[in-house]
Design a protein around this ligand. Structure first.
Ligand SMILES: [Fe+2]
Length: 511
């Protein structure tokens, strides 16, 4: 791996605002609104260091588009975790793989009185008129992008561990997500939530599990929720008594295989599990049903959970490679109880994106993401054509792109009619730039250069670009802790655990 890539894991502490970034090429005039991204930015507090990429204190980055011009602003997310770290000069809240709570007594207390980090290096979604930021602790936080005032916790999450990748329900305008409830009976609690501010969480299904699996996302078809349990599982008692950071309590047990369970979206009834070979994944790409009742789930898979280990900061900064992810199609035939799998393209692909508004739950043709040859970090943008099973690649010397976000062209009728937006680290210049690519050809359209480096962000944020007069942000991922938000809106909330953060974009980001 090129030594310079470690710059992507170096703390960025300055908060800046630039009214007009230098632009090479032409940013499409139809591209308006903003792209907001959040990601880990501060990896050291006092003399302490975070262990894992997912632990870094979050910073928001906003790119706004107007008439071909691009402005930029950045600001730390003022979470309780950030404020406590700044005030005390030490890491105060337990993160994904960094836990300052060493005493057994304190850990036991924290299980019953969770004081989870609200370091929302999260995903941002727009639910109804609300903007909500999320991560894997249950603290959805709504914020007002106009005033930056906190609007409080957006909703009560029925569990302690959730996913930052809910799905939007195109019929109701609400969302679907799940949370793990730990206890004598461990449950995956799938719940729906309407788009209105006062809507209650409605638990629609609660599959029971003895050993909850680490799952970062799930799939959705017209009729089914697709649950994929990888054999990276935890004994909940270990979370309480092991004294180890959260993720280090999960164990790889390949003998369990990968278990697919289908949950009827209307009745909550479970079908399955349907077991296939063991694998690990963070991100579902898309899912849909075939005419003959099969359920197809496309997932970025790894052979095992070693990728979690590879993302520790020491490994990343030393130039170690990350495992190559495979875009894998699982076809479940419920009547036969079988699961078939095939690799869709040879090029590795992770941090996937689709034209969500058009393609989610439906048969689709195009997916975009990041790629690697397995000898380095992600160094290329990949456009996958799932019809021809071919792919195109964008890469440039010394450049390390972030997750490509698809923005559709207004009036566009083709699934790939639009552009990709990616924040790219240029290690030779030691700066980052916003890259605009044609989504179909990967032809480069423009670069808008930021005056400093931006640390790498996570997988799968919310994707889409708000157009003038509208707010966007379909459900998405993001990832493992990092997020991208796109859109122009009025209120938004960030959440994690029982903490919450409310932001005012105008003051915090736009100003
Ligand atoms: Fe993600």
């Amino acid at each position: 791996m090129e030594a310079g890539v470690s710059l992507g894991f170096k703390s960025l502490e300055n908060e800046v605002r630039v009214d007009s970034l230098p632009v090479e090429g032409d940013v499409p005039g139809w591209l308006t609104g903003s792209l907001i991204r959040t990601g880990p930015s501060k990896f050291e507090v006092g003399d302490q260091s975070m262990n894992h990429w997912f632990d870094g204190l979050a910073m928001l980055h906003r790119f706004s588009f107007n008439g071909g011009g691009v402005s930029y602003a950045s600001r730390f997310l003022e979470s309780n975790a950030y404020r406590a770290a700044t005030a005390k000069g030490e890491i105060t809240y337990a993160e994904f793989a960094t836990d300052p709570c060493r005493s057994l007594f304190k850990r036991a207390v924290s299980m019953f009185q969770p004081n989870l980090s609200d370091n929302n290096n999260v995903n941002l979604v727009k639910l109804g008129e609300r903007f909500v930021a999320m991560t894997e602790t249950p603290l959805p936080i709504e914020f007002d992008p106009e005033t930056l005032e906190s609007a409080g916790v957006a909703w009560d999450v029925p569990g302690l561990l959730t996913t930052a990748h809910p799905h939007l329900d195109s019929h109701s305008g609400g969302m679907l997500n799940y949370a793990v409830k730990f206890g004598r009976r461990n449950e995956y609690r799938f719940f729906s939530l309407g788009p209105a501010s006062g809507d209650d969480v409605n638990v629609i299904s609660s599959p029971v599990t003895k050993q909850p699996a680490y799952m970062h996302s799930f799939g959705l078809t017209e009729n089914w929720i697709v649950l994929a349990e990888y054999p990276f599982v935890v004994n909940p008692l270990a979370l309480l008594f092991s004294g180890r950071p959260f993720i280090e309590n999960f164990k790889w047990k390949p003998e369990l295989g990968t278990r697919f369970t289908l949950i009827d979206r209307k009745t909550g009834e479970e079908t399955g599990p349907f077991v296939t070979d063991p694998c690990f994944a963070f991100h579902h790409v898309n899912a849909f049903e075939s005419d003959d009742g099969q359920v197809v789930a496309d997932i970025c898979t790894f052979d095992d959970a070693e990728v979690v280990q590879s993302l520790y900061l020491d490994n990343l900064r030393s130039g170690s490679s990350i495992p190559a992810p495979a875009l894998t199609r699982f076809t479940i035939t419920p009547g036969a109880g079988t699961v078939d799998s095939e690799r869709l393209i040879e090029e590795p692909l992770e941090l996937p994106r689709i034209n969500y508004g058009r393609s989610n739950t439906r048969p689709y043709r195009f997916a975009w993401g990041l790629g690697t040859d397995g000898t380095s970090y992600f160094d290329r943008i990949v456009a996958a054509d799932l019809e021809t099973r071919t792919s195109k690649v964008w890469k440039a010397p010394g450049c390390w792109p972030g997750e490509p976000v698809f923005a559709s062209r207004p009036g566009g009728t083709d699934e790939a009619d639009g552009v990709l937006l990616s924040v790219v680290l240029d290690t030779s210049a030691e700066t980052s730039f916003l890259l605009v690519l044609d989504a179909k050809t990967l032809e480069e359209k423009a670069r808008a250069t930021v005056p400093h480096h931006i640390p790498f962000g996570f997988p799968r944020p919310v994707r889409q670009v708000a157009r003038a007069g509208s707010s966007v942000a379909p459900a998405g991922h993001e990832a493992i802790g990092l997020s991208l938000l796109i859109g122009v809106g009025e209120r938004a909330v960030l959440s994690k655990g029982r903490g919450r953060i409310v932001l005012d974009f105008r003051k915090a980001v736009i100003e």
